[in-house]
Design a protein around this ligand. Structure first.
Ligand code: G1P
Length: 289
């Protein structure tokens, strides 16, 4: 019986330099896609997957995320007095049961692996999920739910993957694939941001993971790798052969909302499915030369 996934770590300490000046005073995870900030999509995806404890690894200037997931009494009172029931409900739509969201700080920008390691005491020996909120995935059910369903059968560790162009492998973690069972692929190796000529495949890791707690011990000893950062990929690679490790080719569309183009595509894709916006946005796109 595989231990259930009840915890998730959301690393949200990054500086968001690709989105300056927008991210000078607000965290990149608070950038909206349509009307909802990226971090809220990630939390909703986790809750849909049955996750009960949400651990945000934050940094300086990220406090506004704590406010986002808390009551805003003045706003709620004003909306209630004015009888704006729909807006009142939206303003409370992100509230989770008290104590469900916890925060820990990454005090130095040493990389994704280091950010995850900062949550080790909160993970406390349980298997856990990780989601990178920049990677917005539109899926039904969400990518995390798809992964939890597969994990419940397979156990061990799991990454979400998608096929990318060979020239793009240097932007991702890339797997060495083993045997395949439908959308599930055995992972034989993992390498962070390989040069296209050296990439073992074009199957790239996107920002969703299910990990066994032993990865935290490995992270304690993991030295800086690609880009001079402590890489989660390097620590995960050391689990291969010791524990089951699979990739899941999730169903859905992934948007790299850490890039301006990806963020714009996410907005347009969401708008094209919104009954109030679809006609307007499609007319606008077809008017472009
Ligand atoms: C991170 C991971 C990488 C993964 C990517 C997915 O890289 O290190 O393995 O493929 O997220 O978005 P980053 O985009 O933070 O450089």
């Amino acid at each position: 019986m595989n231990r259930p996934i009840k915890k998730i770590v959301l690393p949200v300490a990054g500086l968001g330099t690709r989105f300056l000046p927008a991210t000078k005073a607000i965290p990149k995870e608070m950038l909206p896609v349509l009307d909802k900030p990226l971090i809220q999509y990630a939390v909703e995806e986790a809750v849909e997957a049955g996750i009960e404890e949400i651990i945000l690894v934050t940094g300086r200037n990220k406090q506004v995320m704590e406010d986002h997931f808390d009551h805003a009494y003045e706003l709620e009172n004003i909306l209630q007095e004015k009888g704006k029931g729909a807006a009142f409900d939206v303003a409370r739509s992100m509230l989770q049961e008290e104590g469900r969201i916890v925060y820990v700080r990454q005090m130095r920008p040493l990389g994704l692996g280091h950010a995850i390691w900062c949550a080790r005491h909160l993970v406390n020996g349980h298997p856990f999920a990780v989601a990178l909120p920049d990677d917005l995935i539109k899926g039904k059910p969400g990518a995390l739910k798809q992964m939890v369903n597969s994990y419940n059968e397979l156990g061990g560790n799991m990454v979400a993957t998608m096929d990318v162009a060979r020239e793009d492998t240097s932007k991702y973690g890339v797997i060495t694939p083993g045997s395949r069972d439908g959308k599930r692929i055995e992972v034989k190796g993992l390498v962070e941001k390989p040069h296209p000529a050296d990439a073992p495949s074009t199957s790239a890791v996107v920002g969703r993971y299910i990990l066994q707690p032993e990865v935290m011990d490995i992270l304690s000893d993991t030295k800086a790798g690609a880009g001079g950062e402590i890489q989660l990929t390097d620590a995960m690679a050391k689990l291969i052969g010791k524990q089951p490790f699979h990739a899941l080719e999730f169903e859905g569309r992934r948007f790299d909302c850490g890039s301006k183009l990806g963020w714009l595509q996410a907005n347009l894709a969401m708008a094209a499915e919104d009954p109030h916006m679809a006609a307007g946005v499609k007319a606008m796109i077809s008017s472009f030369k």
